[in-house]
Design a protein around this ligand. Structure first.
Ligand SMILES: [Zn+2]
Length: 269
């Protein structure tokens, strides 16, 4: 599932390609991917300019000229593609927005959705989410206070969207590796020093993800070489049985609370 860096990458790409452009046509092939009738959706969205695209946690908000918002959650398997009909991946498209000659395709939206909401409805949806880990106001002190007295393992705490928003399965493993902390360790067992390391690793790993275009394997447009660039920097995620680049031990895959978890026993404590 795309996480904070992947959605940040999409936000940037969307702004570059559809920012201030008018949605000239809409096709909805799967009514379940939206929250209102297809007719109402098209009435509200067609001929609107996309003024701005904003990211919050793993979601994107498209701000339309008429004040309506589109809330996108790609969930597992969802992705976007921008280009001409002949270039698009050979996959079933759930929703298609035309911008003149080019189209934005929403693909793989099975659990994912694109909801048409008012400003206050969007606020209600986002209200329960925890702080943005890269928010400049989110300090080390605030983080240490949050983990104080918190129960649960380090990995499950990092992916808890009410604790911190935007981190999922991949980056939680990479963050634990970067901080040299076992993902299976209890968050209440961390020393202040380890807590500090974890805080800095969250920033370092998420920023690395953003700077390198996230890990999505589908390019956003023909010739997009940016998207997916972080995959070569991932140290443990999906690297079961490979050698750890830090200590040479073998990377382990384990299930924690029914989630895949990758780590190195040699150098994570
Ligand atoms: Zn190691």
């Amino acid at each position: 599932m795309p996480e904070l860096p992947e959605m940040e990458n999409y936000k940037r790409l969307l702004m570059e390609n559809i920012g201030n452009k008018t949605i000239t046509n809409i096709q909805v092939n799967r009514e379940k991917s939206i929250n209102v009738s297809i007719d109402f959706f098209i009435d509200c969205v067609r001929l609107q300019k996309v003024l701005h695209v904003e990211r919050r946690a793993k979601l994107l908000v498209f701000h339309l000229e008429n004040g309506y918002k589109l809330l996108l959650h790609l969930m597992l398997g969802g992705f976007m593609y921008f280009g001409r009909e002949e270039d698009k991946p050979d996959r079933t498209v759930q929703i298609q927005f035309s911008f003149g000659e080019e189209d934005l395709y929403f693909i793989g939206l099975r659990l994912g959705y694109l909801h048409l909401l008012t400003e206050s409805e969007v606020s209600d949806e986002l209200e329960k989410l925890g702080p943005e880990p890269l928010d400049i106001n989110y300090s080390l002190d605030a983080f240490l206070k949050l983990i104080e007295g918190k129960r649960g393992r380090v990995k499950t705490t990092l992916i808890d969207q009410e604790f911190l928003s935007g981190i999922g399965n991949c980056y939680s493993d990479e963050i634990c590796y970067d901080a040299q902390i076992l993902p299976t360790k209890g968050i209440d067992e961390l020393t202040n020093e380890e807590g500090g390391n974890l805080f800095h690793s969250i920033r370092r790993v998420l920023n690395l993800g953003i700077e390198n275009g996230g890990y999505m394997d589908q390019p956003f447009f023909p010739g997009d070489v940016r998207t997916g660039g972080v995959r070569k920097f991932l140290k443990v995620y999906d690297r079961e049985s490979e050698q750890c680049s830090r200590c040479g031990d073998i990377i382990i895959k384990e299930e924690i609370s029914s989630r895949k978890c990758f780590y190195c026993k040699g150098c994570q404590r």
